[in-house]
Design a binder for this molecule. Sequence first.
Ligand code: ASC
Length: 148
Amino acid sequence: MTRLAPFALAAACAALSLPAAAQFAKPEDAIKYRQSALFVMSQHFGRLGAMANGRAPYDASAAAANAEMVADMAKLPWTAFGASTEGGKAKPEIWKEDAKFKERQEKLIAEAAKLVTAAKAGNLDALKAQFGPTAASCKACHDSFRNQ
Ligand code: ASC
């Protein structure tokens, strides 16, 4: 370890423990960030849905790549719902029901991780079986926390 390493580590820890809002220059940036991650996720999830529902031909490597993108995007939006970032389609409940909102995030992240495994199984049935539970985790959060 260099003599600077402890300071770098302390700075990194401080950055990670900053209020989420402080990670964005302004509230609109946080809103744009979370909407962007959710939009990208929806595009890749939609491509998987097209395969799962027979609207697009099954392509094992595309399925795996799309699922990876869904799982990556699933991790991103949440820090962008910090204090004073109300807006977009976000319901005020997000800032009142912390534990429930966090539980919904974790459910999506877990289902999306299973989607990656399913997509990498290399057969359409595995993909179909995990598409529904993943979609249900999107919907569960939207039902409680998103305005239409
Ligand atoms: C999608 C998408 C969502 C979810 C949701 C599942 O493809 O854009 O928000 O699936 O509709 O119920």
